[in-house]
Design a protein around this ligand. Structure first.
Ligand code: SAM
Length: 281
């Protein structure tokens, strides 16, 4: 049995045994491989970095989808930037109040191969009539679109290759431009213990653009190195102050395996070393 060695960090990383490779190809944008591992099931990696696995994807997708939508309370139009595996779309589609989801993914191969080899991720969500799927660069989309959104979910790769522009001030300013009044943007912001610069850069961008911004966290086993942090920014401070009881009312119809209203609120409690990074911007 061969092994997949992750290359995100110099001198540190995880190794996953490869029982079978389903697909491996250099697309127009990145190297894409989908393989089976005896512990995490089917795994997708892009440019040598684990993106998602069958076994632990629910943690990440539930936390990045339900926190902003349930905090908002009346999200009708949602934008997903990236998210080619379809897990984010599956979770967003659980919200009956969401009238339309626009998903902007740069690499059609990721969607095609995820539909074929990771079908449980999208679970049919790519056939949802509310979906407007756009194959394009997410930065160009938010820069140019006339559309407006209540929630923007940046489900991107790390700032490597095509994902790099999704961590810039210009991208965040363009997202702000596309938010409806009271809208919320959330970001995949890396494993904070090892990707501290990403946290700092996003915090500086949020501080320049939004009245109210926070980070929240969850541990996702195959995003190695500890807590993954998610950015949360809005001009409506009431969203972050939503109570557990309000979240319980809003979440009654949403089936989850990780997200709960208590976890929602607790996730925003950050360790001192993370608070120190945000204090010393
Ligand atoms: N959960 C993963 C993580 O936290 O790293 C992200 C998963 S998802 C596979 C990341 C997606 O972002 C990929 O499908 C990739 O093609 C897409 N992507 C990267 N750069 C992009 C860009 N500039 N515009 C749109 N999609 C992009």
């Amino acid at each position: 049995m061969s092994a997949f060695k992750e290359t995100l960090y110099e001198g540190y990383g995880q190794e996953l045994a490869v029982e079978e490779i389903y697909f491996e190809h250099r697309t127009d944008h990145q190297h894409l491989v989908i393989f089976r591992n005896p512990v995490f099931g089917r795994v997708m990696a892009l440019d040598g970095i684990v993106q998602t696995t069958e076994r632990d994807e629910f943690i990440y997708h539930e936390m990045l989808a339900h926190v902003p939508i349930l905090a908002h309370g009346a999200a009708a139009e949602v934008l997903i930037v990236g998210g080619g595996d379809g897990g984010m779309l599956r979770e967003v589609s659980k919200h009956a109040g969401v009238r339309a989801v626009t998903q902007v993914e740069i690499d059609a191969s990721v969607i095609e191969m995820s539909r074929e080899y990771l079908p449980q991720h999208s679970a049919g969500a790519f056939d949802d009539p509310r979906l407007n799927l756009v194959i394009a660069d997410g930065y160009a989309f938010v820069r140019d679109t006339e559309a407006r959104f209540d929630v923007i979910i940046v489900d991107s790769t790390d700032p490597i290759g095509p994902g790099e522009q999704l961590f810039t001030r210009d991208f965040h300013a363009a997202c702000k431009r596309c938010l409806r009044p009271g809208g919320i943007v959330v970001t995949q912001n890396g494993v904070v213990f090892l990707q501290t610069d990403e946290l700092r850069e996003t915090a500086v961008n949020f501080a320049a653009l939004y009245a109210d911004w926070h980070f929240y966290a969850a541990a996702v086993p195959t995003y190695v190195g500890g807590l993954m942090v998610f950015g949360f920014a809005t001009d409506e401070p009431a969203h972050h102050r939503v109570t557990v009881s309000t979240l319980e009312e809003r979440a009654t119809a949403i089936a989850t395996r990780y997200y709960t209203p208590d976890i929602h609120k607790a996730a925003f409690a950050l360790p001192r070393y993370v608070q120190d990074v945000l204090r010393d911007l």
